[in-house]
Design a protein around this ligand. Structure first.
Ligand code: BGP
Length: 484
């Protein structure tokens, strides 16, 4: 039984406007493989997984992943089968600039991305390019990585190379994917470079990601926009938070600022800089973990102006929602999925929210995205929003993933609802086009519209039911009124 049967009569369905961009997402490290193909440099994820395979639940790594380095033609074909308008992928910095610097540009790296971009455009699919999805050149990590303020210049050089090579054809750019994960995971023993530095390194990183983004945005603005008329932003991860009881309202506001505001306020708010309540908290609350100093490095007034307004649209990755419960800071669950000692709050699942996976953090609450979109518009006054990731994880490899199809439908219904209430949503891209290397979950966790056979050298991709459903959505530009 295909859900397609429900899409017969347009009158029964919710319709999306012709300009709305439907897409799918991926990231270089998670799909490309070819980790040492040709002259590619080593990334921090290559280094981590070659030295600490134990951090990945199933001991897998990104050496081959989906082998998209060789199978890019098939990837384009899948985009075509899905009927999407945009394909979001990322560029591997060490594949293009093996030393990390523009003193040497890899011909093979350049050809790989040119082939992908040209192949997509030939099929009428727009590339949406993330410049950095967590695979920093190891050479730059050895120089201090995201804790070194020089990264602002290193990234600027890299961004200029990207714009010079590709911005005649790439119109949608994202500088960074989820700075929250770059800093909080990278310096909190959850992802490469796998450092334990939540007092200093993490917060230096917080400032530098914002400066990096701003400079890359301004380079486009000043040197390339008049030639190519594209759009630049960054993708922030956006978890929707609600208070468990009215007594938890203040803690919820702070949680929102800690999770999202730390990476959004400086760019999108009228005031700029750090969210004021959070800045106060991370100054006065320093003693909590035995570190009696302010943590957030200050912005100068010039820096505040430099970062403010550096966006052409707001990009968000939204997966799930949490209720917030105020607790004794010492008893708070672990960041970023269960709670925060800094805020003194736990994250709990709403009683009526379904879980996608047993005993994990993923609650299914489609209305969260509707509330999130309205919050962005009302809180920051930004009304040009793109959903750059959303999807449903599962440990089940089944091809008959009606639950995922229905989840996408339910999310799109809430996006549609926000749009009818005046939120301008540019588009929506599903995470993910295919099963891939899901960071610390390796190959165990599946997000794909397409299943990938990782035991087969050809990395065969097979459409799931959700792929057929999504293809029907992109072709009709409608979703059925009710779940299947
Ligand atoms: C986002 C990342 C993606 C993807 C997704 C699923 O944060 O940008 O790269 O991995 O999350 O994440 P997870 O595997 O942690 O569920």
């Amino acid at each position: 039984l295909s859900v397609l049967v429900n899409l017969g009569s347009g009158a029964q369905n919710l319709t999306f406007p012709p300009w709305f961009l439907f897409g799918v997402s991926s990231a270089a490290f998670q799909v490309e493989g070819g980790w040492n193909a040709s002259d590619k440099g080593e990334s921090i994820w290559d280094r981590l997984l070659h030295t600490h395979p134990d951090v990945i639940v199933d001991g897998t790594n990104g050496d081959v992943a989906c082998d998209s380095y060789h199978l890019w033609r098939r990837d384009i074909e899948m985009c075509e089968e899905l009927g999407v308008n945009v394909y979001r992928f990322s560029i591997s910095w060490p594949r293009l600039l093996p030393s990390g610097f523009p003193n040497y540009i890899s011909e093979d790296g350049k050809n790989y991305y040119n082939n992908l971009i040209d192949g997509l455009l030939e099929k009428g699919i727009q590339p949406l390019v993330t410049m950095y999805h967590w695979d920093l050149p190891q050479s730059l990590q050895d120089l201090g990585g995201w804790a070194n303020p020089l990264i602002v210049d290193w990234f600027a050089d890299y961004a200029r190379v990207l714009y010079t090579l590709f911005s005649d054809r790439v119109k949608y750019w994202l500088t960074l994917n989820e700075p929250m994960v770059i800093c909080d995971a990278g310096y909190g023993l959850m992802g490469a470079p796998f450092l334990d530095d939540t007092n200093i390194g993490l917060y230096l990183c917080n400032k530098h990601v914002l400066m990096v983004h701003a400079k890359a945005y301004r380079i486009y603005d000043e040197e390339f926009r008049h030639l190519h008329h594209g759009m630049v932003s960054l993708s922030n991860v956006a978890l929707w938070f609600e208070p468990e009881t009215p007594a938890d309202t203040e803690a919820t506001k702070l949680m929102m600022q800690f999770y999202e505001g730390r990476y959004a306020h400086a760019i999108y708010s009228k005031l700029g800089g750090w969210p004021p309540e959070l800045e106060k908290l991370l100054t006065e609350n320093g003693k909590r973990e035995g570190y009696p100093y302010p943590r957030l490095p200050p912005f100068t007034p010039e820096e505040i102006e430099y970062v403010k307004g550096t966006y052409d649209f707001y990009a968000l990755n939204h997966y799930t929602s949490k209720q917030v419960r105020k607790v004794d800071p010492d008893k708070a669950g672990s960041w970023p999925y269960y709670g925060s000692k800094e805020i003194g709050a736990d994250m709990v699942n709403g009683p009526a929210w379904e879980r996608a996976l047993s005993a994990t953090w993923f609650a299914i609450y489609p209305e969260g995205i509707y509330k999130q979109l309205l919050w962005m518009k009302n809180n920051y006054g930004v009304n040009n929003i793109m959903i750059t990731e959303n999807g449903l994880p599962s440990f089940e490899p089944t091809l008959y993933d009606l639950k995922r199809a229905n989840h996408i439908r339910n999310i799109l219904e809430q996006v549609h609802r926000a749009m009818t209430e005046g939120v301008h949503v540019l588009g929506y891209t599903v995470w993910s086009m295919m099963d891939n290397f899901e960071w610390t979950s390796g190959h165990k966790l599946k997000y794909g519209l397409y299943a990938v056979n990782f035991t087969d050298v050809h990395r065969t991709r097979t459409a799931r039911e959700s792929a057929r459903f999504y293809a029907s959505v992109t072709r009709t530009r409608t979703i059925p009124l009710h779940e299947t």
